[in-house]
Design a protein around this ligand. Structure first.
Ligand SMILES: [Zn+2]
Length: 271
């Protein structure tokens, strides 16, 4: 209301009246909201990856100047900066919880196989994005595939990126793209069987890319060397053989890219 209330001292500015609802919520409320969904997220991931591999789950957001999230076993740690708006942190919680299967229960035999962690956790984010109506897996793939062929994104060898590029954004996104190409090649039933058997057959073990390719070939009955050579071991933008097949899950309403797609090209924090 303009002017000071009766009995109050004059003020150089007009007085205003508001409620707590007029102020942005504290970031803690957004974090709590994401953490409150952990059981739901673990249920969703378990439905695709098989049973959650540990006996406890949770997370820690420290009020510290971290620039990353890290998939510590049963207690990932998160930078608060992932919660820039309500709901924006859910995807990173999905990512770190997916690492409980792929990264923690399955550990890498050597760092060159890092896409087995980051590509899988990123694909889990795409699956969640589709479930939440924020953009289908295919739209997430398309957004990354839309990067021009001279973009450095395509220059890294995802199956052996070298120490300086271990956590490059391309390892995350192109790792997930590799999984999506596998899914399109073998079909949903074999694809999710591969993901489950991968998680369970080597639980608590150390894994390599060759082992994953062998399992995928064994379950699908297909020779997949060309697919993995193209997507993991060849620099450059792969040609997608049949563009129409890539669109098969898209509907006309899906033309608008989801938040995951729109965030491409912005600063991507390590996770
Ligand atoms: Zn990660």
């Amino acid at each position: 209301m303009p002017g000071a209330p009766d009995g109050s001292a004059p003020n150089p500015n007009d007085w205003i009246v508001g409620t707590a609802a007029d102020a942005p919520p504290p970031i803690g409320a957004d974090i709590q909201a994401s953490f409150a969904r952990q059981g739901e997220i673990i249920g969703f991931l378990s439905s695709m990856f098989g049973p959650y591999p540990f006996g406890a789950a949770g997370g820690i957001v420290d009020n510290a100047d971290l620039g990353f999230a890290l998939e510590n076993q049963t207690r990932p740690i998160y930078s608060k900066v992932f919660w820039t708006a309500p709901g924006f942190g859910d995807g990173v919680v999905v990512h770190e919880l997916a690492h409980q299967w792929y990264g923690d229960s399955l550990a890498l035999a050597a760092w060159q196989h890092i896409w087995l962690n980051e590509g899988f956790a990123t694909y889990a984010e795409w699956l969640w994005s589709e479930r939440e109506g924020l953009g289908t897996v295919q739209e997430n793939f398309d957004a990354a595939y839309g990067l021009p062929e001279d973009d450095p994104f395509w220059s890294i060898i995802i199956g052996d990126p070298g120490p300086d590029a271990l956590f490059d954004f391309a390892v995350y996104a192109r790792g997930a793209m590799t999984l999506h190409q596998l899914r399109l090649a073998v079909g949903d039933e074999d694809f999710f069987t591969i993901l489950r058997q991968w998680a369970t057959s080597q639980a608590r073990g150390n894994v390599t890319t060759d082992e994953f390719i062998s399992l995928a070939e064994q379950i699908s009955g297909q020779q997949l060397d060309e697919l993995f050579d193209t997507w993991l071991f060849t620099p450059g933008k792969p040609v997608v053989a049949d563009a129409s097949s890539l669109r098969r899950s898209a509907t006309p309403e899906d033309v608008e890219p989801g938040p995951a797609a729109r965030s491409l090209g912005k600063l991507v924090l390590k996770r």
